[in-house]
Write a protein of this length. Structure first.
Length: 207
């Protein structure tokens, strides 16, 4: 396979992503299939799948936006890693389900700007105020790619593992039927109490 090929030319017109590869993935959360998606924007997206999801309804699905500081480095400033692990544990115990990993660091503002926002939070701003101070909305994430990943997997409808109403509204906007919500109330600690309070009071999260 030519590594320099134009992936966009291989994705059907009107589509943003395509399922590119999959393999078996044993993990501490259970036995999964790991799936890679290639996209028109040049990014690669991943997902783990439990059981047979094609043609199924009410499939538990977590839409998780990447968090370098939390998911990878174990930051206590957020609840991202706790939510990711709780979702993987839930799906691992289920007959079927999926966890989709989106490339939307820092609620869509990128890693460098996220760290700039951290510095503003250290000076006393909350997460929403810090984003606004940098010239951003409080949340720039979009869910068109996630919706097409779900379609590529053949899932007919989902139950979303999330506390964030914007996620299921965003998916519904792009044609995904969301039958219900599975809450993830985890990861609170002394360092993220303000972060979680802002999620609830300013971003509408159901905590």
């Amino acid at each position: 396979m030519d590594p320099a090929r134009d992936v966009a030319d291989e994705i059907p017109r009107g589509r943003l992503v395509r399922l590119a590869a999959e393999a078996h993935l044993p993990s501490r959360f259970g036995q999964f299939r790991v799936v890679a998606f290639e996209s028109r924007d040049g990014k690669e997206y991943g997902a783990v799948i439990k059981g047979d999801v094609a043609g199924q309804e009410g499939v538990p699905v977590r839409i998780h936006s990447e968090c370098f500081t939390g998911d990878v480095m174990g930051s206590l400033r957020c609840d991202c890693r706790a939510q990711l692990e709780a979702a993987l544990e839930y799906v691992g115990r289920s007959e079927r389900g999926a966890v989709l990993y989106l490339r939307q660091e820092g609620r869509g503002i990128g890693l460098a700007n996220k760290i700039r926002a951290y510095a503003l939070q250290d000076a006393g701003l909350d997460t929403v105020e810090a984003n606004h101070a940098l010239g951003f909305e409080d949340d720039l994430r979009v869910y068109d790619v996630a919706a097409q990943m779900i379609e590529e997997l053949g899932i007919r409808s989902i139950r979303i593992l999330s506390n964030n109403p914007r996620k299921w509204r965003g998916l519904a906007k792009h044609g995904i039927q969301v039958e219900g919500r599975i809450p993830l109330k985890v990861g609170q600690n002394e360092y993220n109490e303000g972060y979680l309070a802002t999620k609830k009071t300013k971003s509408g999260h159901l905590l």
